[in-house]
Design a protein around this ligand. Sequence first.
Ligand code: ATP
Ligand code: MG
Length: 414
Amino acid sequence: MKQSQIFSKTIRDNPKDEESVNAKLLVRAGYVEKVMAGVYNFLPLGLRVFKKIENILRKEMNLLEGEEILLSALQPKENWLATGRWESYDTLFKFLSHYSKTEYVLGPTHEEIISPLAKKNIVSYRDLPRYLFQIQTKFRDEKRAKAGLLRGREFTMKDLYSFHSDEADLDEYYEKVQKAYEHIFEKAGIGDLTYLTFAFGGSFSKYSHEFQTLTPAGEDTIYICDTCKIAVNHEIIGEQDSCPKCGNKKLRKETAVEVGNIFKLKTKFSEPFGLKFKDENDQERNVLMGCYGIGLNRLMGTIVEIHHDENGIIWPESVAPFKAHLILIENSEGEIKKSADEIYNNLLADNIEVLYDDRDLSAGEKFADADLIGIPWRVVVSEKTLREGKLELKSRKKETGELISYDNFAKAIN
Ligand code: ATP
Ligand code: MG
């Protein structure tokens, strides 16, 4: 993609209405645009990152044998009355239709929709287990939405729901999802800082688990056991002050953000909706459920909170909008562009995702934008590099680059 043609522009100064690092950088670099507190538009660059994250998630969901669906964002009040969450769900967006005077919910999550849907398709033990997931927009009336992409009032979630005939089957799948989540956060470049965290399990299970990533931008406090490399959250520490795995009492207090969570719902939602199945002996039993969520926006924001410096974002390659940022430094005679165009076409032909800064700007301005945007590899074509018959390659993580031939460069970044 040519930078001269890209819709979004970079902004030099930090936006005054943003407090968080992730929003400041993502807005300035032209990834997202703020519509109002907690609501963002995704611009071309931002959507590329978003889709990379989406693909990482979808791949893991497919490995977990999840079937992809897309559930309604607009939801009937009755379903929320049925579970009692019309009253108890504290960030529920409720609104009134002016025509029918009927009240609706803008879905913050989908247990109230998927449970009655499952009831129509799950009849006998032969229909179990089932794994359904979606990547879909959620709405939550968050009181404070000041953390940029970390806490939106509108955001995209990957939510997976599993349906089982017995606890052993639910437990086994839950473990598999836990492993898949570890892969996801590893691939997204936040594995080192992400802790499996024991959380309150509700009335049906002792624990649920959160995946908490260490960052000062987070709004949660967790307590890490360095022996087990796990953590417990504030709800657990309220009841017991030791590691649930090894009993260690020396826990380290840290600030973190919840990037995902997994929960054994068991019969919490199957009961109110009468989601039952007939077992081998023709006995009716409640279906057991699990739910597993990851916020895509929050994950994207967390990656930025962790991977940046004072000049801008430093994307992990797995989610970067492009692999290479080709930068043309033109001379006064205008001789360099032809070579840079050629290199751009070669990169495209070699299937290397490239953003080509072909704009009529100074080297300083281009380098500043490149640092802000944070593409992993910067490739400079200038009078100097051409004289040597080479390119200048620099990793966004490093201070200095090296002169390299095109062939070696393609190898180096692959
Ligand atoms: P929090 O305690 O941070 O509000 P939550 O417990 O309400 O999170 P869940 O209902 O479990 O979150 O949602 C599943 C996942 O969706 C979370 O792990 C997180 O990744 C994401 N998520 C939740 N709320 C938001 C939000 N307001 N903006 C962006 N992502 C969110
Ligand atoms: Mg919440």
